[in-house]
Design a protein. Structure first.
Length: 395
């Protein structure tokens, strides 16, 4: 979908630290997390919540009280007059949220909108459905987080299978996969220089109330030190495969936010600097080849934006497997080393919904750091699908 008047004000997209599941955010309701982080992010940036007239919740893991959706967030932040939809599109949720907000602004329905994207994979709900047909009336159950990772009901294959299928089709070796994983870790470590100056520009600490006061999570939790030797020692997840636990992401908890506004409003909020949303795109790959999906999604968004791959300055990806980036680089010709300059979800984890919003935020900051340019975010999602967003930063 193409846009001509949808902008993210510079500084008005942010992320919390991501914490590996069963870590410090394991007991924090993701909606409570979003309220706290969003409230402080808006206050620090001088945007009163009541001035935002369209609120959208991106969330894929139900939480207690989540039936009320985004109205629970907007009311608690003082914008109770305004609400909006709850969008859930697996790992492509952030791209779908941005598309919705950009559409609202493009149509002139709203001048200032916000996407609040949050998820907790820790302690995910166990869903029970009554079944009178089963012996003793035993319910049918599903672990909302764990079970989908092990089985796509339309293909009978797991998420890991889709990576191995893609690697096998392309002829990727274990060494190639490990090299990409190591590159992403090296990029992430480089972004921690100068007391995390890069991350501190867009990362909002998490405050956790405790009996003794409060605890703060100020940086990503659970990033595992990674070396070439360490990766080489790991066994593949499946026999004769090329994907190890070191070359794939880990479930995580966290939240992110993004404001989308009209050009005039965005320039005012962003100190004259904006990231124009040029286009969004969604696509699906062949069944059980999920890592391939970001390529057609990217091509669709780029075509709508009128941008060629050769015109891109930076690409960020949601890459739950190193295989994703290998496939993207091979199919598009975009260099691996120019992707994900601040690391990626392969390194810092994957809380599902907010993962894309963090990648878009890092994309905007990377473009701004180089003096402007055109960038692409693309990332795969359950169901062998993917979403993509093309942005341009001027100045």
């Amino acid at each position: 979908m193409k846009f001509t008047d949808a902008h993210i004000p510079f500084g008005l997209s942010w992320t919390s630290p991501f914490a590996k599941w069963q870590g410090p955010l394991a007991e924090v309701n993701s909606l409570d997390l979003a309220v706290d982080v969003t409230g402080r992010a808006l206050a620090d940036r001088g945007l009163p919540p009541e001035e935002i007239t369209e609120w959208t919740l991106g969330c894929t893991v139900p939480q207690q009280h989540s039936f009320y959706g985004v109205t629970l967030v907007s009311r608690r932040l003082g914008a109770g007059e305004h609400g909006g939809p709850w969008i859930s599109r697996a790992c492509a949720t952030s791209a779908a949220v941005i598309e919705h907000l950009a559409t609202q602004v493009q149509l002139g329905a709203h001048a200032t909108t916000i996407g609040v994207v949050t998820d907790r994979t820790s302690n995910g709900p166990l869903m029970l459905w009554s079944s009178a047909a089963s012996p003793g009336g035993a319910p049918t159950s599903e672990h909302w987080v764990l079970d989908p990772m092990k089985l796509d009901p339309t293909t009978g294959q797991s998420m890991n299978d889709t990576a191995e299928n893609t690697a096998r089709a392309a002829g990727y070796t274990r060494e190639q996969v490990d090299e990409v994983a190591l590159l992403r870790h090296e990029q992430y470590r480089a972004a921690l220089a100068d007391d995390r100056a890069i991350q501190r520009a867009y990362m909002v600490p998490v405050r956790i109330p405790t009996r003794r006061g409060e605890q703060w999570v100020t940086e990503d939790h659970g990033v595992f030190p990674t070396t070439a030797e360490g990766l080489a020692r790991l066994r593949p997840v499946t026999p004769d495969g090329v994907v190890t636990y070191g070359a794939q992401t880990h479930p995580a908890d966290g939240c992110a936010g993004v404001v989308v506004a009209s050009a005039a409003r965005a320039r005012d909020l962003g100190g004259g600097v904006t990231a124009q949303v040029l286009a969004t795109g969604f696509a699906r790959a062949e069944p059980a080849y999920m890592p391939q999906a970001p390529v057609p999604a990217a091509r669709r968004a780029l075509a709508d934006a009128g941008v060629d791959v050769a015109d891109l300055d930076v690409v960020t990806t949601h890459n739950p497997f190193a295989v994703n980036d290998l496939w993207f680089a091979e199919q598009t010709g975009f260099p691996l080393e120019r992707m994900n300059p601040y690391g990626s979800s392969l390194v810092y984890g994957h809380p599902q919904g907010p993962t894309g919003a963090r990648a878009v935020t890092e994309l905007i900051h990377a473009l701004h750091a180089r003096g402007g340019g055109t960038g692409l975010f693309t990332g795969c999602a359950a169901g062998d699908s993917a979403g993509a967003v093309v942005v341009r930063v001027d100045g």
